[in-house]
Unconditional design. Structure first.
Length: 401
C-alpha cells in the first residue's frame, strides 16, 4: 500500500532537447506515483539550463528555475503536448562564455566551460535524492556524466526520431509518424490535382525512422534516409515510374533532413552549432525538389515535372500526443518509480520486443541507433523492405542493443 505520510525523499524531473507530444504525460505519471509513494517532486525548468543558471542560495529567487509539482498541477497538463517545464539544448559540459549567468562569470573564464561542479552544487542545494531526465541522446549523455559523478539518475528516452540506443521506442515517435502520414495524405490532394511530384522533408538527423515508417505505411512511394547516400538520378527515374503508374499521375518521396546526395554531405541552414556540436539542418528538400524537376525530363519525354515541396518541420512535434504517446509515457514514468522504490539508479527505462524493461543508462553513449540498411532498406527501390514481419515488434525496426 502506498505510503502517503512518511516522506521518503525528493525527486527532480527535467525535460531537455526538442519538445515532443508525450512529455507532459510522463511528468504527470512520475509525479502522481511519486507523491503517492511518499516523495516530494520538483520540476526543473528549461532542461539542464535551469541547473546552470540557478543560484544555490535560499535568499535567491530561483522561481524561474524550478517548481514544486503537485497532483493538481500535473493533472491539468497531463493530456497536453509540449513540456510545461520548458526545455533547452544546454550542455553544462560546454557552456560558451557569453551564455554563462552573471554569478558564474568570475569563476569560469574559458571560452567554453564545463560547469558540472556548479550543477552538482545546485542538485545538492535542492536536496534531490533522484534525478529523472527525459530526453534524447544529447540530454541523456549528460545524465551519464552526472551518474559518474555520483548522482542517482534514471533516464527516460524521448525523441521523435526514435534514435535513442537501447530502446525500441522513444516518447514522441508515434505522434510524429501519425502526423507525417496525415499531413502527407492531405498534401496528396494538391499533388494529384496538378499531377506533380510531392517532396516532403521530415525530421531525422542521423536516423531515418521518421521517413521509413510512414513510407512503409503507404504514405509515400519512396524515401531517402541519412544512413544511405542516394543517387538523385536514380530517385528521379523511380519517381517518374511511380507517377506513370498512378491513375492520378503524381508520386511522393519523403526526405530525411539528414539525407545526403551520393558523394555529398548534410545540408545545413547555417554553420552555427548548438552546445552539443550540432548545426541546424534544413534545405535538403529544396535541393531534391529542384533536381527532380530538372532530371525528370530525361524520363518524361523531355518534359520536366513540376514539384510540390513542403517541409513539415514543427507541425509533427507540436500539439497533443496520440494514444501511444499517452500510454508509453505513463508506463515509462511508473517504471522510473519502480526502480526508485527498489533503490536502483543509473538505468534507462525502455521498451524492447514489446515489453517494458530497463537497461544501463551508459548505453546512450556507447552506441548509435540507426536504420539497419541491409535489413530494412531496399537500396535499389529506395524504400523499406516489406518482408519478414512475423514476430517483429510493433514498429518493426528495433534497437539491437
Amino acid at each position: 500500500m502506498s505510503n502517503l505520510k512518511k516522506r521518503k525523499g525528493r525527486i527532480g524531473i527535467l525535460t531537455g532537447g526538442g519538445d515532443v507530444p508525450g512529455l507532459n504525460p510522463a511528468i504527470r505519471a512520475i509525479t502522481i506515483r511519486a507523491k503517492r509513494e511518499g516523495y516530494d517532486v520538483i520540476g526543473l525548468k528549461n532542461g539542464w539550463r535551469g541547473l546552470v543558471e540557478m543560484i544555490p542560495d535560499k535568499k535567491a529567487d530561483n522561481s524561474s528555475h524550478y517548481i514544486e509539482l503537485t497532483e493538481t498541477l500535473v493533472n491539468k497538463i497531463g493530456r497536453t503536448g509540449g513540456t510545461f517545464l520548458h526545455t533547452s539544448r544546454t550542455n553544462p559540459q560546454r557552456v560558451p562564455q557569453r551564455y554563462l549567468p552573471e554569478h558564474l562569470k568570475d569563476h569560469y573564464k574559458d571560452e567554453i566551460n564545463d560547469v558540472t561542479e556548479h550543477v552538482l552544487e545546485n542538485l545538492n542545494f535542492l536536496g534531490l535524492d533522484y534525478l529523472v531526465p527525459i530526453g534524447g541522446d544529447d540530454t541523456l549523455s549528460y545524465a551519464v556524466r552526472l551518474m559518474q559523478e555520483g548522482v542517482k539518475v534514471i533516464g527516460i528516452p524521448k525523441t521523435m526520431d526514435n534514435d535513442v540506443p537501447g530502446t525500441d521506442y522513444c516518447i514522441g515517435f508515434s505522434t510524429c509518424v501519425t502526423r507525417t502520414i496525415n499531413l502527407t495524405n492531405q498534401l496528396r490532394t494538391t499533388a494529384g490535382s496538378h499531377e506533380r511530384f510531392l517532396v516532403i522533408e521530415v525530421f531525422g538527423r542521423y536516423a531515418g525512422f521518421t521517413a521509413m515508417l510512414p513510407t512503409m505505411a503507404g504514405a509515400a512511394n519512396r524515401c531517402v534516409i541519412p544512413e544511405y547516400e542516394f543517387d538523385i538520378d536514380h530517385l528521379s527515374r523511380l519517381m517518374v515510374e511511380d507517377r506513370q503508374k498512378n491513375p492520378s499521375n503524381y508520386s511522393v518521396v519523403l526526405v530525411s533532413e539528414g539525407a545526403k546526395f551520393k558523394g555529398g554531405d548534410m545540408i545545413f541552414e547555417s554553420n552555427e552549432k548548438d552546445m552539443f556540436g550540432h548545426k541546424k539542418l534544413g534545405g535538403i528538400g529544396d535541393l531534391v525538389s529542384k533536381a527532380l524537376k530538372e532530371l525528370s525530363a530525361n524520363y518524361n519525354n523531355g518534359r520536366p515535372i513540376q514539384v510540390v515541396n513542403q517541409k513539415l518541420g514543427y507541425l509533427v512535434r507540436s500539439g497533443d500526443p496520440d494514444a501511444i504517446d499517452s500510454i508509453v509515457p505513463m508506463a515509462f514514468g511508473n517504471l522510473a518509480l519502480d526502480l526508485i522504490l527498489k533503490g536502483l539508479h543509473g538505468r534507462l527505462v525502455v521498451l524492447k520486443n514489446g515489453r517494458y524493461d530497463n537497461v544501463p543508462i551508459e548505453v546512450v553513449t556507447s552506441t548509435k541507433k540507426v536504420v539497419d540498411v541491409d535489413k530494412f532498406y531496399n537500396i535499389e527501390r529506395l524504400r523499406p523492405y516489406y518482408k519478414s514481419f512475423e514476430l517483429q515488434p510493433l514498429f518493426v525496426m528495433t534497437s539491437e542493443v
